[in-house]
Ligand binder design. Structure first.
Ligand code: G4P
Length: 287
């Protein structure tokens, strides 16, 4: 579901998260492993008001593993606990409650020293639409939790979900908006399907994807579409369009005069990419 974010929605979303912050100990910030910065809310530090935070790079099954490792190192260097996960298959989820507890270590130790029996760590998942918040909640809960409306403004009685004995999770995640100012951010999100194609032109999205993929992932790309010549100059728009046309010809997207229907070719290319047919890829790297 794609939400149209207007300033009023943002204010409401922010207020809802800040209400929830009063109830919890730690925040689980969910990012897309393929584009961690582009899938990050621009005001996240301000919104979370210094709450201890665990960064989870989700959909790591779709991302380039070596780039994901770089991102984990990057976030650690920034002073965060960070971990990769594939919420859809459950990979990496076991570690999450342990790391959430790790964030509360000092407080827990103090409580124990005072003879207080510490309660389970209370956590809230936050992230932009489509990053996998509901999937992660279900994965951690070990069952399907009823959707409570993935929209800012929809509130319902919130409940705690037990995740083992160590953690309790709020059943409604905090929904955040992505960055909009930078056009490349929009394209990265659109390539993964996180924002709708109606907002950006499908050929422009495919152009952006091809330009990046032929540069960093030529092998699987060339193999998939049976192309043997990588562009000589990745910055040359004509060369990128020529690749798109070659893809279109391979997929039979022809119109009168033997020309390639670039719109159709772009749609096919993006569908194959999103379905993982071109292998694992990341759209931005920290270094
Ligand atoms: P949200 O609550 O943050 O909006 O996201 P949600 O959990 O609805 O997940 C959005 C889409 O991403 C879903 O796919 C979900 O299956 C998929 N997804 C979530 N986590 C992962 C992951 O770690 N790896 C992969 N590969 N996919 C993930 P969908 O196409 O909308 O639905 P469906 O395919 O589940 O039917």
């Amino acid at each position: 579901m794609t939400i149209q974010w207007f300033p009023g929605h943002m204010t409401k979303a922010r207020r809802q998260i800040q209400e929830k912050l009063k109830l919890i100990d730690v925040v689980i910030e969910l990012l897309d492993a393929r584009l961690p910065l582009s899938s990050r809310n621009p005001m996240i530090d301000e919104i979370l008001q210094g709450k201890p935070r665990l960064i989870v790079l989700n959909k790591s099954d779709l991302a380039d593993p070596s780039v994901t490792r770089q991102w984990i190192a990057f976030f650690k260097q920034e002073g965060y606990l960070a971990v990769e996960a594939d919420a859809a298959s459950g990979q990496g989820l076991k570690e999450i409650p342990l790391l959430a507890k790790e964030l509360m270590k000092e407080k827990i130790e103090k409580q124990i020293a005072k003879g207080i029996n510490p309660r389970a760590v209370r956590a809230l998942i936050v992230g932009i639409p489509n990053v996998g918040k509901s999937t992660l909640i279900n994965g951690l809960a070990g069952r399907k939790i009823a959707a409570t409306g993935d929209r800012p403004g929809v509130t319902k009685g919130q409940q705690w979900i037990k995740v083992g004995t160590e953690m309790e999770l709020l059943d409604t995640p905090g929904i955040l908006w992505p960055k909009f100012e930078d056009q490349n951010v929009g394209y990265r999100l659109a390539v993964t399907g996180a924002i709708r194609e109606e907002i950006l032109n499908v050929e422009d999205i495919a152009f952006f994807a091809v330009k990046y993929l032929v540069r960093y992932y030529w092998e699987p790309f060339g193999e998939r579409f049976e192309l043997d010549q990588a562009p000589r100059d990745y910055e040359d728009a004509d060369e990128i369009v020529a690749v798109m046309e070659a893809v279109g010809r391979k997929r039979g997207c022809l119109i009168s005069g033997g020309r390639v229907d670039l719109e159709k070719a772009s749609g096919i290319l993006l569908r194959e990419l999103r379905a993982g047919k071109l292998g694992r890829y990341s759209l931005e790297a920290p270094y």
